[in-house]
Design a protein around this ligand. Structure first.
Ligand SMILES: [Zn+2]
Length: 292
């Protein structure tokens, strides 16, 4: 666990196993705010020990979940506190929690019990005395939300911004773009993401924005993507096929999938599981059939 101080009262805790993940803590005068809880109670125990050793955290705690993906909520069970999240985040944690625990069980840090948010909001919720706001920012997932520290001007965006490309879970790219544009309009000095080094400029945000705006047109140039980005793009497409209604796939979508298939054939070291490959091929070939 590494720590990076941000602003006057923020600390980013970075955990590295099984993959780099950040937890952002705001030492508010009245409350201590913990944004995301990583993979389990053990990592949160380490975090709390560091805080009491190095800081003087307010006793009242507010836990915030940026979304219900397991790597952001599994540490909730350590806390007997208010756990804030978007209402869809609570619903997802309840609906998908056990399945995720089974699927990714090897990533648990300690004895995990899935605890959903117990204080939900639709648009936003704000602790005025501490200048801390949580607000709905659908993008990476429908339930994604962000945190803004008004005093330090630090914006925590969870997985809505990620290097090299964000992971997509819905076809509603326009909503995602709107969220990224709303971030651009806000005054922030520091941007904290779920899985990257702390950002002090908009470079990553803008690269992600470009990708999402290209997805709206289905014209991502796959021949321009480097290996890491291609991997994520292919992963995104295979996931999105589940929401594409077979038989009603627009020509430009099919053409894009066909291009991706060509690129995959060239990139010999790209590992794609058979199921995903079949889904990609189905979309690509369906459009080809329509063209005849
Ligand atoms: Zn994540």
């Amino acid at each position: 666990m590494e720590t990076t101080r941000v602003g006057q009262r923020g600390v980013v805790f970075s955990f590295t196993e099984p993959f780099l993940t950040n937890v952002y803590v705001i030492l508010g005068g009245n409350r201590t705010y913990i944004c995301d809880t990583f993979c389990g109670p053990d990592s949160m125990t380490d975090l709390m020990a560091w805080l009491s050793e190095n800081e003087n955290p307010a006793e009242e705690m507010i836990i915030f979940n940026s979304h219900a993906d397991y790597d952001h909520i599994w540490g909730n069970c350590l806390f007997k506190s208010t756990i804030v999240g978007h209402k869809l985040c609570r619903e997802r944690a309840i609906r998908e929690g056990e399945e995720a625990l089974e699927k990714y069980g090897s990533h648990t840090q300690g004895q995990v019990k899935v605890i959903p948010p117990n204080l939900v909001f639709e648009d936003s919720v704000r602790w005025t005395d501490d200048g801390v706001m949580f607000f709905h920012t659908p993008g990476h997932t429908e339930d994604s939300a962000s945190c803004y520290d008004e005093r330090d001007q630090v914006l925590f965006v969870g997985d809505n911004v990620e290097h090299p490309l964000p992971y997509l879970n819905t076809l509603d790219f326009q909503t995602y773009l709107n969220t990224l544009d709303s971030y651009r309009k806000m005054d922030w000095m520091v941007l904290v993401t779920g899985h990257d080094a702390v950002q002090t400029d908009s470079t990553l945000l803008l690269t992600n924005r470009e990708y999402i705006s290209q997805m709206i047109q289905w014209d991502v140039d796959v021949f321009e993507l480097d290996d890491d980005a291609l991997k994520i793009h292919v992963y995104n497409l295979s996931k999105l096929t589940l929401d594409l209604v077979q038989g009603k796939i627009e020509r430009k979508i099919g053409e894009h999938f066909a291009e991706v298939m060509m690129k995959i054939a060239q990139a010999s070291d790209l590992e794609i599981d058979d199921k995903s490959m079949k889904r990609l091929r189905d979309v690509a070939s369906e459009t080809q059939a329509n063209r005849l």
